[in-house]
Design a protein around this ligand. Structure first.
Ligand code: FES
Length: 280
């Protein structure tokens, strides 16, 4: 057996092993997955292809320096056809090399197939889940113990954290409710009816990196985020006045129902939380 044939044999064995490992990797994933086994099979498959490539480069791709006369490069369609025909003839004369190339394709294809399956792990598309919260028109505001808030719950200068009734565990829906004196607020256009009797509610999730905005300085009418000291002006739509936050806290439109309970007029009119990719 010549050294070329021996090299081809080793490459064939490596590529067959890589192909089987890639197919086994796909099988393990389909069967439910096992991280250690998947890692080992991926290593075997990639390693087999890699070593085969090295062998190919060192033993088969080159047979030393070949120097050819450049000559006239101009050619016509007949010349091109003749060259292609000659290449095919050369390949046909070297069945070992051609079969090795086929094994390369097989191993690469099997590995590509195995790489497609994990797309399933991305899970379902989020849909509108990132754009909405648990608030809805008519939802009562409740405190941490589930008690509904009424117009008499807070004195001017008071604050508490509230949740939509029935969805107290919805982390993206918690709001900080503040009561200010009538006439102090400077509502933004279109928000004139969002703050009945001085009650105003803002998302509690800091738009910087998501810490809970949990401190209120009543004398300055400022909400503070303890993580990086972002400060928000309660009277001016929770506009950031200090710190790294660059966006206002989303405001929940409030109303008072016939029984005197604080309710939401609707969900937030913008996404809550930090770094939302559709916001400036
Ligand atoms: S998370 Fe609030 S300031 Fe950084």
């Amino acid at each position: 057996m010549s050294s070329r044939q021996a090299t081809e044999g080793r490459m064939a064995a490596l590529l067959v092993t890589a192909t089987l490992a890639a197919l086994a990797l796909a099988g393990v994933y389909i069967a439910g997955g096992q991280p250690q086994a998947e890692g080992a099979l991926l290593g075997v498959s990639l390693g087999g292809i890699g070593v085969a490539l090295v062998l190919w480069a060192r033993g088969l791709a080159s047979e030393g320096t070949v120097v050819g006369e450049r000559g006239d490069l101009a050619g016509d369609a007949a010349d091109e056809a003749a060259v292609e025909e000659r290449i095919e003839e050369v390949l046909d004369e070297q069945p070992g090399r051609r079969s090795v190339l086929r094994l390369f394709w097989a191993a690469g294809g099997a590995l590509g197939l195995a790489a497609v399956f994990p797309l399933r792990s991305l899970g379902p598309a989020p849909g509108r889940a990132l754009l909405t919260t648990a608030w809805y028109r008519g939802a009562r505001l409740v405190d941490v113990n589930g008690r509904p808030l009424t117009v008499g719950t807070l004195q001017v200068g008071g604050t508490l954290t509230a949740f939509p009734q029935g969805a107290q565990h919805a982390g993206d829906s918690q709001v900080v409710v503040v009561r200010v004196a009538d006439g102090e607020l400077r509502p933004r256009p279109g928000r004139e009816s969002w703050s009945p009797q001085g009650y105003v509610a803002y998302s509690k999730i800091c738009p910087h990196v998501g810490c809970p905005v949990s401190l209120y300085q009543a004398d300055a009418h400022e909400l503070l985020c303890p993580c990086h000291q972002s400060t928000f002006d309660v009277l001016d739509g929770a506009r950031p006045t200090f710190g790294p936050a660059t966006r206002s806290l989303p405001q929940l439109p409030l109303a008072v129902d016939a029984q005197g309970y604080l309710i939401a007029q609707a969900d937030f009119d913008e996404p809550v939380g930090p770094g939302f990719w559709n916001r400036d």
